[in-house]
Design a protein. Sequence first.
Length: 170
Amino acid sequence: MQLRSKELEKNIRDLLYKMSPFFISLPIKRRKVVYARYLSSGFIILLGLVLYVFISFFLDSFIPIDIVDFRPLISPEGAAVFLIPAGLLTLIFLPMYFRLGLGKALLFFPAVIMVGTGILWILLPRVNKLEMLYNIFGTPLIILIAAVVLSGLVFASIIISIRFYSRREF
């Protein structure tokens, strides 16, 4: 019995290790690989949002409001606080992933985040002007502007990723 399970384990391991070269050898366009990666990243972010809201709701129902108030996390603004950074970090990481590969991108990404944080820290005093725009235009127009900007960033990130991945040699 023990021998049979070891043989089965070896066969599964061989199958898993041979699947990657098989998938790479399939006649698929690199553009579709990029689209699939972005689509799967979007689903993962949405799954994270569902977990974020569910856990916030769960904690809000069990922890008294005197200790911690979780209601702001369950609001649309709380969802935006989760979605915007997760989406922007994904849009920054994926072009690096397609350009450098997973290992080098994971090494390079923290440096990019530190530089971005420094730039954000320098631009922080201008947040007051963004708040004035929010007060002038109101919520619906700001949401529309944010959706247009986010769509443009997604489109630019996809185009850059396709270009990087199509030029990459394996």
